[in-house]
Design a protein around this ligand. Structure first.
Ligand code: MG
Length: 348
């Protein structure tokens, strides 16, 4: 172990959304994320934090947490024991950024893509779904037409005219449809809607009820004709066991759980409890998304479109082929800042 502190810098990035993003709990058209760069022996590891306001995080709190962790960390190689000791528990997006940057660095030292260090094969990656935000039926149809290249669409719900929105989407496309209610329904709403969703060919429903309502979720699951996935109900490893009776699957996101290391543990735990696994994201640049893409050979459903929703992606390297997001094959996380060292490769 070296006795000097790590060399790093943290810089804010402002991501502009192509469409104003509406959920059942609010709307916004830009995101304030952070990029952390850790330098060691001539290599730079990159990580991204997309702080989640729902969990009382913002760019300032994430920045403070990154400073706190990186001023305590000393060993950029055998970092996992140290990182788990200094991780700021209530700032998982900041922990994810540090975890990501150190793994990027670790694989770059070995000169291989990160997925290769885990024996994962990108050939097995499933196509990603593409999110269609809440809107009036006419705009939803327009968005569905724009998303024709994707195999599956995730339609956000939670408004009074849910059925009208989804029926309009269904008329406009034959793509696979998934629904995310973002906690917007009551048990009664959900019970009524699920049969209608089956008729419209929906293949799964994400977070129909508020996060804490596990007793109601267990009741819903008993009669549900569709697989039910937890998103807001699942944040970290400890949540997994109690979700097995309430859901059929979990949506794991690096920014909720604290990065690639914790996500690996959660995927394993979900499998032990018989849960299917979706890998999701926040609005992130290709940097954060690439970290999740590296893990995606391990999961059943890929829901990684955060970089595709923005117009000013500051990172390049991810490739979108026939609806599948694939890593570049370059060492580490396989992405690079577009303003620093332009290299061959296309942004998704
Ligand atoms: Mg969700």
């Amino acid at each position: 172990m070296t006795s000097t502190a790590l060399r790093y810098r943290v810089r804010p990035i402002e991501l502009e959304l192509k469409h104003t993003f509406r959920l059942s709990r609010g709307a916004s058209d830009r995101r304030h994320n952070l990029v952390v760069e850790i330098e060691s022996e001539g290599l730079v590891g990159y990580g991204e934090a997309a702080p989640i306001p729902r969990y009382a995080q913002d760019a300032e709190s994430a920045h403070r947490a990154i400073d706190q962790m990186l001023s305590a960390l000393q060993d950029p190689i055998d970092f996992e024991p140290e990182l788990s000791r200094v991780a700021v528990a209530d700032q998982p997006a900041a922990v994810a950024a540090v975890d990501m940057a150190l793994r990027d660095l670790q694989a770059k030292r070995q000169g291989v893509p990160w997925y290769q260090t885990q024996g994962l094969d990108p050939e097995t990656i499933q196509p990603t779904s593409f999110t269609i935000g809440l809107d009036c039926p006419e705009v939803v149809v327009q968005k569905v037409r724009e998303a024709a290249g994707f195999h599956a669409l995730k339609v956000k719900m939670g408004l009074d005219n849910d059925r009208e929105i989804l029926a309009a989407a269904r008329r406009a496309t034959d793509q696979r449809l998934r629904v995310d209610a973002n906690e917007g329904w009551t048990l009664h709403d959900a019970q009524q809607r699920l049969d209608q969703l089956v008729e419209l060919g929906v293949e799964l429903v994400e977070q129909p009820l508020p996060a804490g309502e596990l007793a109601a979720m267990r009741e819903l699951k008993r009669t549900s004709p569709l697989p039910l996935f937890a998103d807001e109900s699942v944040q970290s490893l400890e949540d997994i066991p109690r979700l097995a009776e309430a859901f059929d699957g979990v949506n794991i996101k690096l920014m909720k759980c604290g990065g690639m290391g914790p996500a690996l543990e959660m995927i394993a735990a979900a499998r032990r409890h018989g849960l299917q696994v979706m890998l999701g994201c926040m609005v992130e640049s290709s940097l954060g998304i690439s970290a999740a893409v590296q893990l995606s050979p391990l999961v059943d459903f890929v829901d990684l479109d955060g970089n595709l929703l923005i117009r000013n992606d500051p990172f390049g390297g991810l490739e979108l082929h026939a609806g599948r997001l694939l890593p570049s094959g370059q060492p580490g996380l396989g992405v690079w800042p577009l303003d620093a060292a332009p290299r061959q490769g296309c942004t998704a």
